[in-house]
Write a protein that binds this ligand. Structure first.
Ligand SMILES: [Zn+2]
Length: 42
């Protein structure tokens, strides 16, 4: 069971350069920002 955790930990995850949240890999991201920051919410 530990191997699974280690496996995911070894995966290089993108982090939002704005808020620092983990970016879920979906399609190719244009920038290093998460979906939250990419939308002009505020
Ligand atoms: Zn963000």
């Amino acid at each position: 069971m530990k191997n699974i955790v280690e496996f995911f930990r070894n995966i290089p995850r993108k982090k939002c350069s704005k808020c620092g949240n983990d970016i879920v890999e979906q399609a190719d991201c244009y920038h290093n920002i998460c979906d939250n920051c990419s939308h002009p919410a505020i």
